[in-house]
Ligand binder design. Sequence first.
Ligand code: SF4
Ligand code: SF4
Length: 93
Amino acid sequence: MSSRTPTWRSIPITNLGTTKTTVLNKTGDWRTFRPEVDVDKCIQCGTCVTYCPEGVIKIADMGVEIDYYFCKGCGVCANECPVKAIEMVKEEK
Ligand code: SF4
Ligand code: SF4
């Protein structure tokens, strides 16, 4: 294999809160269900931040914040939350 041939190692890691799918494409428009955090259950472990494929969750002073302009409603955060503090609620459009 040529040294110029790209491998999986050359693919940038994007799930580190550094980027959204695209800044121009507000993926929040895709959403059918939206994640809502129960602040009384949340232990601020950061698991949802790590797993969100869009990098749109952060832990702020007031707790977990989700950027709904870019959250696409995939539900990964709710699935991975160890204390089930995130509920996927149907969007009303
Ligand atoms: S994974 Fe659950 S408990 Fe952990 S920070 Fe996210 S919402 Fe809170
Ligand atoms: S549903 Fe959760 S994991 Fe999926 S994009 Fe929205 S915040 Fe991220």
